[in-house]
Design a binder for this molecule. Structure first.
Ligand code: XMP
Length: 543
């Protein structure tokens, strides 16, 4: 790819991917590399600029993550963030010490607006601090370009060498003008042109795929999730009927989801490709009958998925390429680039490559973040409801039914969940229409721009929410009858990365409406509970 490149050098901070996303939002392509990457390799990539991330250590401690002094002497602009700023000072002859006052959270900051990195920024603004150490003495050639009450060097600059450091985190939304500051670094200091656009990405990929595949046969495991769908459409646009998509309906999908996927990708759908839907519901239910241990259920579902897929692949015969919907966070988290601790990895289609004979894997989304995948999806004309789908686990409702799985329980969860999603989305959209109008933005109610509408969704709108079935029945009364029925749990979380999460505060009147509708419309439910647990100690899913 012949694009401008900025490197994000990862020192193990929790926001490393966020830094990269902010850079890309400013139309500059960037990649994340470990601080251990050799200097020669960095030089060979010919970056327009380098950003050093935060990190958990103290740079003056023995064995702390460090970098080569020559990194700052290549003539490439460098911006250090938090630990990155401290490290830059430490390596270049300044002093970093434990700060007399630890700063954490929103902090007022006064910036020198004549600095190229603060162009257009208010002189008195706010930033997000999180540090124990601080720069107590700057390195030769540097000056202070921002201060806080406790930090004489909240931002530092050596304009001549194009070296900059921010003690705070411009990448988080809590620094309101942070994105502008990063943009300034990219455009005023690195002189980037901004050639990273999703429309050209799709075009370029389609061309590249066509060249690579030639007249080969391509197989794709389509889950109906965003990643595999966007990957499949790129392939379909590139090689049409040479692509076969296999969609395994394991009977644990959300209500009507199988039909929705078929409507888009099937013979009556939007694309020119071979689509095979395998209705394997009964096979899965038989295998799962009486099994109540969560990990065992996951394993059965994963293994059965592979069996079904394998059988279909055999029927197709020769396969040259297998498509995978791997995205950039998967690449970074699998430890290739980054330094952050791998907490856990989930695989929707675990281990497929081991079970299908093929020559090569194609991963067209390997360099994209999730929001970029969505943009490509919209560029390709994939319907909004699919592009903006919530994350949905591979084992599906299998891990949203505590205990053993039956067809009756699946139907209860599907119906309750559909009501819950319908009501929450309706309320959020109503709120958004009003909020947009209040700020002078008109959104067409009949054919709304969903991306725009979503940007006006209320703060309480969860990042993931669903109904689950507790393994509990309780006594109730309906009419004059005693009931002994199931309890449904409503889960809703706010999260940035799904590693930690908080329960979302959906307004009471919406929850009441959902409860009423579930009790009235879903047979077999007489109690609705709201799960308040954060993660940790809970997890997002109930199993
Ligand atoms: P947990 O429950 O681990 O969920 O807090 C975090 C995120 O991961 C999803 N999840 C899974 N995804 N296979 C998947 O593909 C799984 O086995 C699985 N378990 C959880 C979950 O929906 C949430 O987005």
């Amino acid at each position: 790819m012949d694009k401008e490149l900025v490197l994000v050098i990862d020192f193990g901070g929790q926001y490393n991917q966020l830094v990269a996303r902010r850079v890309r939002e400013n139309n500059v392509y960037c990649e994340i590399y470990s601080y251990k990457t050799p200097l020669d390799q960095i030089r060979n990539m010919n970056p327009k600029g380098i950003i050093l991330t935060g990190g958990p250590a103290s740079c003056y401690e023995e064995g702390a993550a460090s970098c080569d002094k020559d990194l700052f002497k290549m003539g490439v602009p460098v911006l250090g963030l938090c630990y990155g700023a401290q490290l830059m000072s430490h390596v270049l002859g300044g002093k970093v010490e434990k700060a007399p006052v630890r700063e954490y959270g929103h902090t007022p900051i006064k910036v020198d607006t004549t600095s190229p990195v603060f162009e257009g920024v208010k002189e008195n603004t706010s930033c997000w601090m999180s540090h124990f150490d601080y720069i107590s003495k700057i390195a030769p050639g540097f000056k202070s370009i921002a201060t806080t009450d406790n930090c004489p060097y909240a931002a530092i600059a050596n304009d001549e060498e194009k070296l900059y450091g921010f003690q705070y985190h411009p990448e988080v939304l809590h620094t309101p003008e942070g994105s502008k500051m990063l943009r300034n670094f990219l455009y005023n200091v690195c002189h980037c042109k901004g050639d990273w656009e999703m429309s050209s990405f799709a075009e370029d990929q389609i061309k590249l795929i066509r060249e690579k595949v030639g007249d080969g046969k391509v197989l794709c495991a389509l889950s109906g999730g965003v990643d595999s769908s966007v990957a499949a459409v790129l392939l379909a646009k590139a090689v049409g009927k040479q692509l076969t998509c296999v969609f395994v309906d394991h009977g644990l999908l959300r209500k009507d989801e199988g039909d929705q996927v078929e409507a888009i990708f099937g013979p009556e759908g939007h694309y020119d490709l071979n689509f095979i839907r395998v209705n394997a519901r009964d096979r899965f239910y038989v295998k799962l009958a009486g099994v109540d241990e969560p990990e065992r259920k996951r394993k059965i579902i994963g293994e059965e998925f592979i069996r079904v897929f394998e059988e279909e692949a055999k029927k197709i015969g020769r396969v040259d390429f297998l498509v995978q919907g791997t995205i950039y966070p998967d690449v970074v988290e699998s430890g290739l680039g980054g330094e952050s601790v791998v907490i856990k990895s989930h695989h929707n289609v675990g281990g497929l490559p081991d079970y299908v004979d093929f020559k090569e894997i194609i991963e067209p989304l390997r360099n994209l973040f999730k929001d970029e995948v969505r943009k490509v999806g919209l560029e390709l004309g994939i319907p909004d409801h699919l592009v903006f789908r919530q994350p949905f686990p591979g084992p599906g409702l299998g891990i949203r039914i505590i205990g053993d799985i039956t067809a009756e329980k699946v139907a209860i969860v599907q119906d309750s969940d559909a009501i819950y999603r319908e009501e929450v989305e309706k309320a959020a959209n109503e709120y958004a229409f009003e909020a947009a109008e209040a700020s002078g933005v008109k959104i067409d109610k009949d054919h709304p721009d969903h991306a725009l509408l979503r940007s006006y969704w209320p703060d309480w709108m969860p990042d993931q929410y669903f109904a689950a079935l507790t393994n509990m029945r309780s006594v109730g009364v309906m009419g004059d009858e005693r009931t002994y029925d199931h309890a449904v749990a409503l889960r809703a979380v706010k999260t940035i990365d799904f590693m930690t999460a908080e329960s979302a505060q959906i307004p009471y009147e919406i929850l009441m409406k959902v409860m009423n509708r579930i009790i009235n419309e879903v047979r077999g439910v007489n109690r609705v509970l709201y799960d308040l647990t954060s993660k940790p100690p809970g997890t997002v899913e109930l199993e």
